[in-house]
Design a protein around this ligand. Structure first.
Ligand SMILES: [Fe+2]
Length: 278
């Protein structure tokens, strides 16, 4: 009798815990934004940029997979922090149809901009179906540029002494990092934006030493404690989230994403990163 009671109690206890975890990972954590602060040491940083902030926003995924009012609310919180630079590292939409262009326009009425500059790169989802629709990428670029973001496609832009290189997406139609990386001078303070961190393992960096800001993985969205996330859309499974020393003078930072593909997150809260330049 006692044993039967114990089994019954354990069963309902486990069921209750699963339901609570389910609701938490579906309704709470996907919208529980964390602002993560990270110090960013940049070689030859001009004196007037010391102490300035650079905000990274990644993988917004505007679309029909979750309520994007959350993105608008997050943008409002982010803008209140008055960042000096803002960089966007791709996947602005979860593209199904042209409806996302309207949604993107609506969300980017609340765009977060930097006092000194605002730039971005595209991700694979910004290239439409099968990452192969140039017309979709062009329309998304036009909306973002109209919102005040300079989209860099294998280009560099020096903003007030900080040189920002933007690589086009690895899985998209315009991946071509070599030419621009050969043009990047080692002298000025430089950072690189690159949506997919797998690019770090390719032979395209031409002696570049410095920070590379990525997204794409969303930190796996679900991560068991002390283990790697089971689902990561990268070849190199070490590239899940956070700061990674690539041991050759380069430092990779992978942002855990503001939005998500499926509305589920467990132990991987959405992130906006605030780098302090030094
Ligand atoms: Fe993404």
């Amino acid at each position: 009798m006692k044993r039967r009671k114990f089994i019954k109690k354990s069963f309902f206890g486990a069921l209750g815990a699963s339901i609570i975890t389910g609701i938490y990972s579906w309704q709470i954590e996907p919208f529980w934004l964390e602002f993560v602060k990270v110090k960013m040491t940049i070689k030859n940083l001009p004196h007037h940029l010391k102490g300035k902030t650079l905000m990274q926003i990644s993988d917004i995924h505007v679309g029909n997979r979750f309520d994007y009012q959350y993105i608008i609310d997050s943008f409002k919180k982010a803008q209140q922090l008055k960042p000096d630079f803002v960089v966007y590292t791709g996947d602005f939409v979860s593209y199904d149809s042209n409806e996302q262009l309207k949604q993107l326009t609506e969300v980017f009425k609340h765009v977060v901009t930097g006092k000194i500059g605002t730039v971005g790169v595209l991700g694979n989802h910004d290239y439409g179906k099968d990452w192969s629709e140039q017309a979709v990428a062009d329309k998304i670029t036009a909306i973002l540029e109209a919102s005040g973001i300079t989209i860099l496609s294998n280009e560099q832009k020096n903003i007030n002494g900080l040189n920002i290189v933007g690589l086009d997406d690895f899985w998209g139609l315009n991946f071509n990092p070599q030419k621009i990386m050969n043009e990047v001078s080692p002298e000025p303070a430089t950072i690189v934006l690159c949506h997919n961190p797998d690019v770090c393992d390719l032979d395209v960096w031409n002696q570049y030493k410095g920070w590379i800001l990525s997204g794409h993985t969303h930190g796996g969205q679900v991560k068991p404690p002390f283990l790697n996330p089971p689902i990561l859309p990268v070849k190199n499974k070490k590239y899940s989230a956070g700061k990674i020393d690539l041991k050759d003078g380069r430092t990779l930072y992978i942002n855990r994403a503001l939005g998500h593909l499926l509305q589920v997150r467990l132990n991987v809260r959405p992130e906006i990163t605030i780098f302090e330049l030094e």
